[in-house]
Design a protein. Structure first.
Length: 241
């Protein structure tokens, strides 16, 4: 199962980045499934295109599945917390989650699409039911979420790899509360800044609200676990047991 994240930002033109981006667009890697944690446009907007190019199966909340269908996707597997899906060798448990608050509230916090028309504005891509996933394969376990709040912590059980969203303060507040139970934490939530001045991003760049140095300090002080920053197009392989 492959995870591909692509974003553009604000700095000088980078030929290598664009070449890699075009390679993924023209000949995308094979994917068995797309796991969607919630329905905001920065998570769901390109899913119909990726599905059509990879023939991947969509697993998401009911509202997110409906949004992708309105945007052109042909199908989707609507799930809720407590569901289990098996795809090839993968066992995927669907878990409850929360979404970070921005300026005191969850953005676009509705649970049903506003209409049956194709979503056109950011506000049309509603949050829906936030989800997290625990994937198991060959005795190894991978947990993934896109952030959250201390009100809903990740499961208190062993995992080999935790892919945690930490772009906003609510998510970072969970570090000392739960990540100590994880064997490793992979941070992949540095939000790329939006395009400005009509220029392209040279290297990975954190969003204005992301405080990754604090995440590093907290993880080192409280948990003493390995923390990895995953950059785009640079794969990281889970070590064999």
């Amino acid at each position: 199962m492959n995870l591909l994240s692509v974003a553009a930002g604000s700095r000088a033109f980078n030929r290598t980045f664009l070449e890699l981006l075009m390679e993924c667009v023209i000949s995308p890697p094979k994917a068995d499934a797309i796991l969607v944690t919630h329905g905001h446009f920065d998570h769901l907007l390109d899913v119909p295109v990726v599905m059509s190019r990879t023939q991947a199966r969509l697993i998401a909340s009911r509202s997110s599945v409906n949004l992708t269908k309105h945007a052109g996707a042909s199908s989707g597997d609507a799930v809720t917390a407590g569901d289990v899906r098996r795809i090839g060798p993968w066992k995927i448990r669907v878990l409850a989650a929360t979404h970070d608050r921005l300026l005191g509230k969850v953005p676009f916090d509705q649970h049903e699409p506003r209409s049956t028309w194709s979503p056109q504005r950011p506000a049309d891509w509603i949050c829906g039911e936030p989800l997290a996933f625990l994937m198991e394969i060959n005795g190894q376990r991978i947990y993934i979420d896109s952030g959250g709040t201390p009100a809903q912590l990740p499961p208190n059980e062993y995992v080999d790899l935790a892919i945690l969203g930490m772009a906003l303060p609510d998510s970072r507040a969970r570090i000392a509360r739960r990540v100590g139970t994880f064997e490793a934490a992979l941070h992949s939530a540095g939000v790329i800044r939006t395009i400005s001045f009509c220029r392209w991003l040279t290297d990975f760049n954190f969003g204005l609200l992301t405080d990754f140095p604090r995440v590093q300090r907290d993880c080192a002080r409280e948990n003493r676990r390995r923390l990895i920053l995953l950059d785009y197009f640079r794969p990281w392989t889970l070590p064999r047991q």
